[in-house]
Design a protein around this ligand. Structure first.
Ligand SMILES: [Zn+2]
Ligand SMILES: [Zn+2]
Length: 814
């Protein structure tokens, strides 16, 4: 009698042994090819939920597979642990953010270990600990010294009554959450990273294997557009400026400009507005301040504006043009001013109709009779009412008009981007302090490396004001200038947590290195990451920031490559009861409970089986029970003694062929990250082994080979179960040190037969097909033969007769 399969006990037993034996410890080994398999590290929010498991279990399977293939695999884990949630929890519950965070890490680490993953825990990184953030600050200083970090004005929410900055979430319906005063946008000094310097490079994804949709999202985010800057002349008493510049992508419509729109914040607005329009303009500006840029650009928001009473002159035709302000124009985009061409732009058309602004057609719609337009004509066409350009095709007009404007010095071709510099200062406590000192004599001075880290003081008084608590910690604020030794003040903002995760993959290469952020030799060996897996929601934040960081580090001479992640894979999500899991719906699956009951291996395997990893799938308890039953069968098949009854040479050959075919299929699925079909192939192999065991017609040697191969192929998915079975059948070393099984193409090949194909009883072709071909497949192959097709043309197939293993006869009419 064999003992029962008790997965939960096996989990405990093997996790302990692996830890003691340091089975998953990795170090650089120049003799072996390296493979860096990285999973996005979790934010320390409290519990490891099913989404974490779905991100981490399959990626561990892939890493283990690579290890068995002979790669030296780095598969590290750590915790992204600075940020707002910890601080909010602290304010809400009165726990210090550090205590809250470290308790969560303790809990999450325990859960991660219960997964049986091959993380080398000696390499763990925790971004909120001084030994890590010292180097985050060091990077900040490097960026500052290289002109990539700067202090500039950026808009923030400001409550005029409380006189404080508010976080976005403290603005409720445009009002201060505390005193219900209308919140205004105020430009405050903030720290920014010059990510825009890399705009062009960030749009290129040469040499990296990333999902197309992520590449498109990044390109759209950067938003490069080619256009023309045109100046309109301004001749108003008492105003020094003699022109206003606009940015347009349609210079071919320049003769159709009937109005101009400035962003309400445009510096000329105050000067231009005539006394009779002052009040209306002021009101509009005040209203604008309540909206975020995203809200202002929303397609749902009605486009409105107000007239300033001022005019500019369109230089190409001398026409007077009204100057308006409207909130859909942003000061931060282009020049903060746009030209209005109602005849050829839908938004401008609606605006002109609403405010009775003239509409002038300058590109003729097909069959145009010279009359008024019912709607904007935005397609290309012949230019009209455009002086010397009349008759020019508008698509050619773009370049022609730009050239003309350049000759006249009224404009020039230009490039514009949607992406802004990355605002990284946070008026918060729970982050790495910005390592800058402000000295009245020397200005902004970086804290020298020997004085890093600038420690986050433990004592903090949390104020729900949106201001950094560090501001009120005098001991922290008052310091000496590193340059002149005089009294100076520390920067009290902290660094956006996204900076901590922009370089963590470098730290994993040498997590205990104390001389720099990373050991250059270790980074040279491990980087770039070969496979990066995680959620697609990080497309334009983390994944863009990490690329920026890598490029900046390359240009600062710290590393020699410009892309951090060679291949990117985004997993889908798991749903339950046809819906996304959420606490309010009560359909949240708790992984811990299943691990306790069925073992980590069953949970890991079920995650891969429930759908293609990139698509996700639905969680069914019946599904996971099926996987559990399968592992019970594998347990029994392996441990029950196999005694052949009679040995059949054909059966022996067939088993070998099946074994080689399965290895081939599973290997290919693993390589292509098709885990669900990989699991299905192993289930099918198990079924066949059950039948063979009943028949008892293969040799003991072949049977053992088949069981060994099955366990080896299952090892990445079921590390605990296979380790136990591997030892029980007599192996002395860990299955996770064994080599991935190999297949022989010749042995994997199906035996073939010749299929005779007839049309109306006449021989038309002979085709080689696998001996095990089924009826449908045989009929299909027969009809697809070119020699047969000729005889089917223009005829109706009345019947297809199949004689198994011999012949297909196609009966046609007509
Ligand atoms: Zn207030
Ligand atoms: Zn100084």
């Amino acid at each position: 009698m064999i003992d029962e399969y008790k997965p939960a006990e096996l989990d405990k037993k093997w996790q302990k042994i692996w830890e003691e034996e340091k089975l998953y410890k990795v170090s650089e080994d120049p003799k072996r090819p390296k493979y860096y398999a990285l999973t996005m590290f979790p934010y320390t929010s409290g519990d490891l939920h099913i989404g974490h498991w779905y991100a981490m279990a399959p990626s561990d399977v892939q890493a283990r597979f690579k290890r068995m293939q002979g790669f030296n695999v780095l598969h590290p884990m750590g915790f992204d642990s600075f940020g707002l949630p910890a601080e909010n929890a602290a304010i809400k519950r009165g726990i210090h953010p550090e205590k809250w965070t470290m308790a969560n890490i303790e809990n999450m680490r325990k859960q991660l270990k219960s997964m049986g993953s091959m993380y080398d825990w000696d390499r763990e990184v925790i971004t909120c600990l001084p030994e890590y953030y010292k180097w985050t600050q060091w990077f900040f200083v490097k960026l500052f010294e290289n002109g990539l970090a700067y202090k500039g004005k950026a808009p923030v929410n400001w409550c005029p009554k409380c006189q404080v900055v508010l976080a976005n979430e403290q603005v409720v319906g445009g009002q201060c959450w505390r005193c219900e005063t209308d919140v205004v946008k105020k430009d405050l000094e903030q720290w920014l990273f010059r990510i825009t310097k890399y705009a062009d490079e960030l749009m290129e994804h040469d040499g990296i294997d990333w999902p197309e949709r992520i590449k498109i999202m990044q390109r759209n985010w950067v938003g490069k557009s080619y256009g023309t800057e045109v100046s309109f002349s301004l001749d108003q008493k008492g105003i020094a400026e003699k022109e206003i510049k606009v940015f347009t992508t349609r210079p071919d419509t320049i003769y159709g400009v009937t109005f101009m729109v400035l962003a309400p914040e445009h510096p000329l607005v105050q000067k231009l507005t005539t006394p009779e329009h002052k009040e209306e303009v002021e009101e509009y500006i005040a209203r604008t301040r309540k909206f975020t840029e995203i809200e202002r650009l929303s397609t749902e928001k009605e486009k409105d504006g107000v007239f300033t009473g001022a005019y500019v002159i369109n230089r190409v035709n001398g026409q007077k043009v009204q100057v308006w302000i409207a909130d859909y124009v942003l000061l931060s985009y282009g020049t903060g001013a746009v030209m209005g061409v109602p005849a050829h732009d839908e938004r401008d058309f609606a605006f002109a109709k609403k405010y009775n602004v003239p509409i002038r057609v300058v590109i003729a719609p097909p069959d145009w009779n010279g009359g008024e337009l019912e709607q904007a004509y935005i397609e290309p066409g012949k230019m009209v009412n455009s002086a010397q350009f009349d008759g020019t095709l508008s698509t050619d007009g773009i370049a022609a008009v730009t050239k003309y404007l350049e000759e006249k010095r009224w404009g020039k071709g230009t490039i514009s981007y949607r992406m802004r510099d990355w605002l990284i200062s946070r008026q918060r406590y729970w982050g790495a302090p910005i390592p800058i000192v402000s000295c009245p004599k020397c200005g902004l001075v970086a804290v020298p490396e020997k004085d890093l880290p600038v420690l986050l003081p433990e004592k903090a008084e949390f104020r729900p004001t949106g201001e950094s608590p560090l501001k009120y910690n005098e001991e922290f604020v008052n310091t000496k200038c590193p340059k002149c030794g005089g009294p100076a003040k520390r920067e009290t903002d902290t660094i956006d947590g996204f900076m901590c995760s922009s370089w963590y993959f470098l730290r994993y290469c040498s997590p205990h290195y104390s001389k720099a952020a990373f050991d250059p030799e270790a980074v040279k060996y491990w980087m770039p990451v070969d496979l990066y897996t995680g959620g697609a929601e990080h497309a334009v934040m983390h994944l863009l920031y990490a690329r920026f960081f890598t490029k900046a580090a390359r240009d600062m001479g710290l590393i020699s490559f410009g892309e951090p992640f060679l291949k990117l894979f985004n997993q889908g999500i798991i749903i339950a009861g046809h819906e996304k899991m959420s606490k309010s719906k009560g359909n949240v699956v708790n992984p811990d409970q299943y691990v306790l009951e069925l073992g980590a291996d069953v949970v890991r395997t079920y995650m891969m089986f429930l759908g293609p990893w990139e698509q996700g799938g639905e969680w069914f308890d019946t599904g996971i029970s099926g996987v559990s039953r399968w592992y019970n069968r594998v347990w029994n098949l392996t441990l029950e003694e196999y005694k052949p009854k009679t040995i059949d040479e054909n059966a022996n050959k067939e088993l070998e062929r099946m074994r080689h075919q399965t290895i081939k299929k599973v290997t290919s699925d693993m390589e292509r990250i098709r885990f669900n079909t990989m699991v299905a192939a192993l289930m099918e192999f198990t079924n066949n082994l059950s039948k063979i065991r009943e028949a008892g017609n293969v040799s003991i040697e072949n049977w053992k080979n088949a069981i060994n191969s099955l366990l080896l192929m299952l090892a990445p998915s079921a590390p605990h179960t296979t380790e136990e079975l591997w030892h029980r059948i007599g192996h002395k070393t860990s299955i996770h040190k064994a080599d991935w099984p190999k297949w022989d193409e010749a042995l994997a090949k199906e035996e073939e037969i010749t299929l005779v194909v007839q049309v109306n009883g006449k021989l038309r072709d002979r085709i080689s097909v696998p001996v095990a071909i089924d009826e449908n497949e045989a009929k299909k192959v027969a009809q697809e033969s070119d020699k047969v097709k000729v005889h089917l043309q223009g005829k109706v197939i009345a019947n297809v007769i199949y004689v198994p293993g011999k012949l297909v006869n196609i009966v046609v009419k007509g």
